[in-house]
Design a protein around this ligand. Sequence first.
Ligand SMILES: *Cc1c(COP(=O)(O)O)cnc(C)c1O
Ligand SMILES: [Zn+2]
Length: 454
Amino acid sequence: MSQAYLQCIACGARFASNSGALYACPTCGDLLDVVYDWDRLDPDALRHCFRQRRLSDDPKDVSGVWRYRELIPFYDDERQIVTYPEGNTPQLDAPRAARYAGLSRLTFKHQGYNPTGSFKDNGMATGVTQARVLGARVVACASTGNTSASMAAYAARAGLLGVVFIPEGQIAFGKLSQSLDYGALTLQIRGDFDKAMDLVRDVAPQVGMYVLNSVNPFRLEGQKAMAIELLDQRGWRVPDRIVVPGGNLGNSSSLGKGFKELYDLGFIDRLPHITIVQAEGAAPLYRTVTSHETSRLVTVYARTLATAIKIGRPVSWKKAKRAMDWTDGWVTTVTEQEIADAKAIIGRDGIACEPAAATTLAGLKRLIAEGTDTPINKDEDVVAILTGHVLKDPDYTVRYHLGDLYEDYVTETIVTHRSEKIQSNYPNRPVEVEAEPAAITAAIEAHLARVAAE
Ligand SMILES: *Cc1c(COP(=O)(O)O)cnc(C)c1O
Ligand SMILES: [Zn+2]
């Protein structure tokens, strides 16, 4: 089997991959990558093998992560593998959304169809597997919601105790409910995500908790499988562009690593441009790459209703920047209004997603509209990653359609002051009707007339 190491992205120092909980380079403090001394891999034979495994009922073959295990070979023994199973998420044509953005076509890969409703499951499959490799009993994470939902489920499946740190009042109810039902110890921290993250890192060594934030390089290995599965589903036709929301920047980092490894190993002969979209109020990567001094992160106090990307100090920013460099990528920002409208449009294609995921369509629309200042063209083969399920944050969706969405609105539990109203440009209000056939018929006819006029 190929040999795995942890390697510092800055000084290149290497460490054994199973030598304990390591989240940063002991020499210089920078981020670590899982790297491999690859066995000779035959891309054609493996592509065929991956296809064949779809006929198998073995959970490792059913998983959209472990089906590709030759490309994620850090465990010692297949019995250590943890799987729900995850992945196998659909690719969906979105003609309405394509028209909205000004593209001739657009495909969404919907990671919301994972077992806990977000792409975090891909990463927990490998992260919790590594917890097992290391013999950990307790796993922990700070979370804007989806990481905790996913970790709580995977910890329970693997028989480990999960401890989640969430910023009080700042996560969507759907996500909080998952963490509670899956039985994780759920600590509501009086502070924002960035504060919760600091606390996890402080406390973890004292309590012996294995940290499963995306600073953990093993999580990124599972998220990398998104790139592999996507290509497998497309018969290995490389898209021109991959669009992802940017929060803590683990997802963009892992997609970059995945495509780069596939390129280096001879599976593909070109790389898709990785295009990252951040909310304007939480855009530290955008601010960093557009600043004069790109070697230091510009941090921000994050503000957005898309809570999954409400992060001011993204831990993986250097890896995300590296992914942009490798793939000739791009980063842009979108407003709260643009996110809200894009989300409604994605819904109209019969797809729907949580707010953070809608940044992808909003970002594409903005890039096309900006025209010559950006390198995108309208006939590109674009795949946008929808990172989370619409039911994660139903409150946001219902408020949008009722015309009652405000920028400082957070969750049902905490009422902050309400300021900027988000316009509902594509509303679909529920219609109140008398319980009488005539009233109902009139309501349906009025609706049909409205649709015909659109
Ligand atoms: C975690 C998450 C993101 C942000 O991904 P990063 O890897 O932190 O950049 C975006 N959308 C959803 C739905 C998420 O759960
Ligand atoms: Zn180092």
